[in-house]
Design a protein. Sequence first.
Length: 171
Amino acid sequence: MKIIPNTSTLLRKTCEPVDLSKLDEIKLIAAEMHKFVRDHNAIGLAAPQVGIDLQLFVLNSIEHEITCINPEILMSSSDTAPSHEGCLSFPKLFLKVARPTWINVGWTNLEGVKEQHALENEAAAAWLHEYDHINGILFTDRAGPVSLMMAKKKAAKLIKLTSKQKTVLSI
């Protein structure tokens, strides 16, 4: 499992709903996605980021691994707060994104059971970030042009610095 290029057209489309009769296959995909998230010290991963056209994403916290199948937003606050976000599809790029402070959401779990949850602050922001992915929206779309340009410059410097360090260490 690997991240597809952030220029892929799959990242810009609304993904297909998961056929719930194929949950055994989805369980295997979700297990690989959770492992990928753990291995990369990330919070979440959406199926399109790894080239899978499905309404599916995973979120990992210290206590829980959550798999969201065919998720939906039921309600959200009109109040927003800035969320400091990164994305596996955009290495070293970090942006402040305005997100609702709370959301009520639903999804189907790996057992085929519908769940509903109220999420706040960081949990809401992480859920919404992954939800955006399955709807063809990238976190870069939610940033202003000036802050996006500045963040991209900073990311480029970090990537350049990291590659120089790897070169020095490989000698």
